[in-house]
Design a protein around this ligand. Sequence first.
Ligand code: NAP
Length: 282
Amino acid sequence: MSEILDGLALSKILRAEIFERVQKLKERGVQPRLDILVSASDPASLAYVRMKKSWAAKAGIESHSYDVDESWSQAQLLTKIAELKGNPEVHGIMVQHPLPKHLDEASALVLLGSDKDVDGMTPQSLGLLASDLPGFRCATPAGIMRLLDYYQIGLEGKKVLVIGRSIILGKPAALLMLQRNATVTIAHSRTQNLADECRQADLVLAAVGRPEMVKGDWIKPGAVVIDAGYNTVEGREKDVGDVDFAGASEVASWITPVPGGVGPMTVATLLANVVGAAELKS
Ligand code: NAP
């Protein structure tokens, strides 16, 4: 049986560290603050933002959110981002993907730039990552790296398969693992023989959004399995990941549970980035 990569436990340790850093900032008169734009008509996004705000409050970080609804124009969205960028009290700005479809999210991210992009998902931040330059890293992939580091799972020379190529997860995760000298393959919806690709990997990162798509017999014995997926399935009591946990945990050396694996690390990493942004400005 696999050992568990316990993201929930590590996130609690990180939260305590973040709390201490926040206290030090407050002693210097700095109140770290995160502002989030979120679609008012997307219940999942609203739930994620509520969770982020609740964790922020527990860590002593001030947070504000703005419900972006059908009445918002593109100009209003850009004006809001420009206003938050110009507000010295705001250290981090996040655009919770996806915004309502009538809005052009990409141009909002271009305007956001890199200075306050604590979720590391603007073209500027991704460019810094691709160029191996310092900058905020996407919270979910950076949280995964932190989890691997904590459990001392090295990537040098390892074959990694990242399934998914989104700009918030698959692509930046692949780049971060490449920086650690892994040999990285990225799979996507047009990849052929995905199971065979998987069977060759020392580490599989599933970032797809398809419940339990990766089967236990796709996993090479002793491989590490990171499941970033988070899927609600009708009739199932608990949300499930992209990996068949029961099957994969019989062969993997290490595996992340869902929930309690990647998810809590994402929030902890986002908050650490907000504190980092506040420290840089103070
Ligand atoms: P996304 O933007 O929808 O991207 C999904 C990726 O999976 C795409 O690159 C897609 O390929 C690929 N894909 C779809 N079907 C496939 C198949 N049959 N075989 C191989 N690849 C396939 O999703 P995302 O935002 O990256 O999120 C992925 C999952 O992670 C979701 O379950 C999401 O809820 C979860 N997530 C979790 C966290 C967290 O903190 N735990 C954070 C963010 C997301 P194409 O590019 O070819 O379409």
